[in-house]
Design a protein around this ligand. Sequence first.
Ligand SMILES: *Cc1c(COP(=O)(O)O)cnc(C)c1O
Length: 243
Amino acid sequence: MADGPGITAAAHDAGALVLWDLSHSVGSVVVELDAWGADLASGCSYKYLCGGPGAPAFGYVASRHLERLDQPIQGWMGTADVFAMGPRYEAGPGIRRFLTGTPPVLGMLAMEPVLDMIGEVSIEAIRAKSVLLTEFVIEFADAHLAPLGVTLASPRDSSRRGGHVTLNHPRMKQVTAELWEQDVIPDYRDPGGLRIGLSPLTTSFAEVITGMTRVASSLTTPRVEYTGNDLLYRSRRDAGNHS
Ligand SMILES: *Cc1c(COP(=O)(O)O)cnc(C)c1O
């Protein structure tokens, strides 16, 4: 978890602007761009906002920058009069100028239910469940995976942790592949990191037990690797005996 207000203030003290990448924050942690004094932000909506394929990206520009910032990727949706089709690009008012072409309407419509849901339950409640989910993963890992050599790469202090937990073990790449075959879909990050993203709105504690149990069984299943050399040797030997 980054210190939003602290980093923003430090950058401003040094005369810089801050653009926050919210791809892993939106829908999982409390973000207060206006209160932090942030300048710019962007992110995707297919992670904790559950947007799925074709989900739109989003951008934020502090209102104090709106009139001074140029949009280098110009398109008709960002113009002052969309149907003017004039000879020159004339930026639309306010945030509108940061649009470009026609937005992906189906992907945007699919966002409406989840955005409504977040509004209903509040991001604070979602963050509270997110903390419980990541704590649950860590408790499970301490109890059942640490004896197998798994270590925790994420911060133990939940106030410093976001919506996912990374567990390290030299065999995690193979474990991730095995889990995907069983419809448990975590991420893998080198070196040896199993990254478990816990979407708070859709992930139940029972699912966490299922997924973590599969990690444990994948790590305890004895792995066999046959090279075939033994058979080759035997067939050569047998061939020798018979010739
Ligand atoms: C997922 C993600 C993005 C989104 O990238 P797209 O090109 O929109 O898919 C951006 N930044 C970070 C850190 C991410 O994890």
